[in-house]
Design a protein around this ligand. Structure first.
Ligand code: CAA
Length: 260
């Protein structure tokens, strides 16, 4: 598969995977998600000759600013929000269950689906300008790519509930304090730290690494939460509030929600 929105660069046994839609702040449209699915399934599933993957966003403003809201409006027309969330879950599970470590190098906004993507990676190294949040309620929807499940896992129910219900953004230092990111560093150092982590992990037994990933994931393997999120996401994408919220974003105005 030829990638339109992913850049793949291999250097010293490390794969740099860059989401390359900087004009849309690397928002995840269907094409990009399809390419990510391909990379983490067909692309590199059977190869062992690399230490791991560093996943980042192109440009200096965003890791990923979420699902592509403009494309997303079509979901309301099709009424397939639940399927959309389930597909996202499947793709993000491929990352979470990947046999080599995947490090999110979070170099700017990690919002909505972007925060969810970073959380599906095994480790997160943030640059000082990074910020995190689940702002879906501003659009009249909820997180749909695992945010209601994984944010709890990293930062606990209380703070996760606050962030999801308020849609507030936190900066990299706060994300570090809460345990959402492993390191916060200036840009160049952050990249070097991600490389160093993969080199250290790459010096260990690959089977031990793979089985560690498997065992850590097993603790969180309950499927009900993700199914509940997909069903709830399907429900909210059918509302007038979602059309209003997404239209307001596109039209750059404040949304007027009416609870319908
Ligand atoms: N989808 C599509 N386009 C997006 C986008 C997104 N998620 N985020 C930003 N863009 C686009 C903007 O529309 C804009 O394009 P134009 O130049 O064509 O108008 C461009 O990227 C630059 O963005 P802004 O002009 O908005 O830049 P800013 O500096 O003023 O604001 C921002 C930056 C705070 C990140 C703001 O862009 C923003 O709030 N983005 C949306 C964040 C969001 O709500 N994410 C959640 C999406 S829903 C989701 O992800 C659901 C899920 O869980 C599956």
């Amino acid at each position: 598969m030829t990638y339109e929105n992913l850049l793949v660069e291999v250097k010293d046994r490390i794969i740099f995977l860059t989401i390359n839609r900087p004009k849309a702040l690397n928002a995840l449209n269907v094409q990009t998600l399809t390419e990510i699915r391909h990379f983490f399934s067909a692309g590199y599933q059977d190869h062992d000759d690399f230490h791991g993957v560093i996943l980042t966003g192109a440009g200096d403003r965003a890791f990923v600013a979420g699902a592509d809201i403009k494309e997303f409006l079509a979901v309301a027309e099709d009424g397939n929000g639940e399927t959309m969330a389930q597909r996202g879950h499947e793709i993000f599970f491929l990352i979470e269950r990947f046999h080599r470590p995947v490090i999110a190098l979070v170099n700017g906004f990690a919002l909505g689906g972007g925060c969810e993507l970073a959380m599906a990676c095994h480790l997160r190294v943030a640059t000082e300008n990074a910020s995190f949040g689940q702002p879906e309620v501003n659009l009249g929807i909820i997180p749909g790519y695992g945010g209601t499940q994984r944010l709890n896992q990293y930062i606990g129910k209380g703070k996760a509930t606050e962030l999801i219900l308020t849609g507030d953004r936190i900066d990299a230092q706060e994300a570090h304090r809460l345990g959402l990111v492993n390191y916060v560093l200036p840009q160049e150092e952050a990249r070097e730290k991600a490389v160093e982590l993969l080199r250290v992990i790459g010096s260990k037994g690959p089977i031990a690494i793979q089985q560690s990933i498997r065992a850590i994931n097993a603790y969180y393997d309950g499927k009900e939460g993700y199914a509940a999120e997909a069903a709830a996401f399907g429900a909210v994408t059918k509302t007038e509030d979602f059309r209003e919220g997404a239209s307001a974003f596109v039209e750059k105005r404040i949304a007027n929600f009416r609870g319908k």
